[in-house]
Write a protein that binds this ligand. Structure first.
Ligand code: NAP
Length: 344
């Protein structure tokens, strides 16, 4: 069976997903697209030579009986209404982060999906599909380093544009650590505090950079996460877990080692797209396969989108207050318990 996919939002990542579904992956076909930018939608169909309908809006695309699944890659504030409409129509949804821009919006999606009675939604937290994070999780689960006690992580970008504000360090950047770190240690967050170290001269006036987040979990694991988005030297994702018996570290992105001029050197990526390119492929392939073979997506759930939003709100609150803020996560409903089990 081929999964017939409609894409809402043909911007940067929308086109990337269209390209991978059309040219790299198997089992999926783009049959419809829409974008508020009509020119972008038309150009995308031409660029990838798609045999796809171009719809004026998401409502018309979702109503097409040829569309089995909807990929939501529009801008964040538009996600909630598209996902809710797709659930109402009983269609599968792959939604890029954020699931919705507020925790209340994510909760409305969770409630709609539970009311529908069958899991339809997967959220685009692709790090769970990255081979490095999967190896790290297996190392912890196999008890190779004993009980995890502390995590040191860093999310560094060479530079950001003038529109990037202090809160976006959470909503656009830290959000990936928020999702992947609790998944890594199978625990829930309960508090966060933020420190602003000395500001780099490369940060523009509206941006506090770097930032240090101290996040604690229910089991008492303390995570120190650095967000540094004007680090200059490259795109760099670090994660080190200290356990009772040893330390486990996220592997470096593979790069050729050069011996030259009395130096040993390896390249560092400069663009986030390349770091997680393979993870995006595996993620979308898993969405297609799990929906067509098992009748439901098995990746990050709407509940994961909701708890990421609750945690993100607390992190933004902590940026403003300077205090230790509580992360009040409700217990997962039975519907979502043990649902996001990956077997990739
Ligand atoms: P983008 O290049 O700005 O693309 C968004 C596209 O959606 C634009 O063409 C925009 O049109 C269009 N759009 C806005 N509202 C719409 C609506 N109501 N219906 C249909 N189309 C609409 O942004 P992007 O970088 O692709 O990001 C898209 C989403 O993916 C964001 O939520 C972002 O956070 C997420 N993302 C996730 C990752 C990841 O690592 N998982 C990476 C990148 C992006 P206009 O340009 O006319 O507004």
């Amino acid at each position: 069976m081929v999964l017939r996919i409609g894409v809402v939002g043909t911007g940067a990542i929308g086109r990337e997903h269209i390209n991978r579904i059309t040219n790299k992956l198997s089992g999926g076909k783009i049959v419809a697209v829409t974008d508020v930018n009509k020119v972008a939608a038309k150009q995308t169909v031409e660029q990838y030579q798609l045999d796809a309908a171009i719809y004026p809006d998401d409502t018309a695309l979702i109503a097409d009986p040829n569309v089995d699944a909807v990929v939501v890659t529009s801008w964040g504030p538009a996600h909630e209404s598209t996902v809710l409409a797709a659930i109402k129509a009983g269609k599968f949804v792959f939604c890029e982060k954020p699931l919705a821009t507020t925790a209340e919006g994510c909760k409305r999606i969770v409630e709609a999906e539970m009311k529908h009675g069958k899991k339809l939604v997967q959220v685009g937290f692709m790090r769970r599909y990255d081979s490095g994070y999967i190896q790290l999780k297996k190392t912890i689960e196999n008890n190779e380093i004993g009980e995890p006690l502390m995590i040191r992580a860093a999310h560094r970008n060479p530079t950001v544009n003038e529109n990037y504000t202090t809160d976006m360090a959470v909503t656009d950047t830290l959000i990936h650590e928020i999702d992947v770190l609790h998944w890594l240690v199978d625990d829930d967050y309960n508090s966060v505090q933020v420190l602003f170290p000395r500001k780099t001269k490369y940060a523009h006036s509206n941006l506090q950079d770097p930032q240090l987040f101290t996040i604690e979990t229910n089991k008492g694991i303390v995570m120190n996460v650095e967000v540094f988005v004007n680090c200059k030297y490259g795109y760099d994702i670090q994660c080190e877990v200290a356990g009772e018996e040893g330390i486990a570290k996220l592997p470096e992105f593979p790069s050729v080692v050069v011996r030259k001029d009395e130096k040993l050197s390896t390249g560092i990526l400069n663009d986030w797209k390349y770091r997680f390119m393979e993870a995006y492929n595996v993620e979308i392939q898993d969405f297609i396969d799990s929906v067509t073979k098992n009748g439901e997506p098995q990746g990050p759930t709407a509940w994961d989108g909701y708890i990421a939003a609750v945690t993100s709100d607390a992190c933004v609150k902590a940026q403003v207050s300077g205090e230790k803020e509580t992360i009040a996560l409700p217990e997962a409903p039975e519907f979502y318990r043990n649902r996001a089990k990956l077997s990739v």
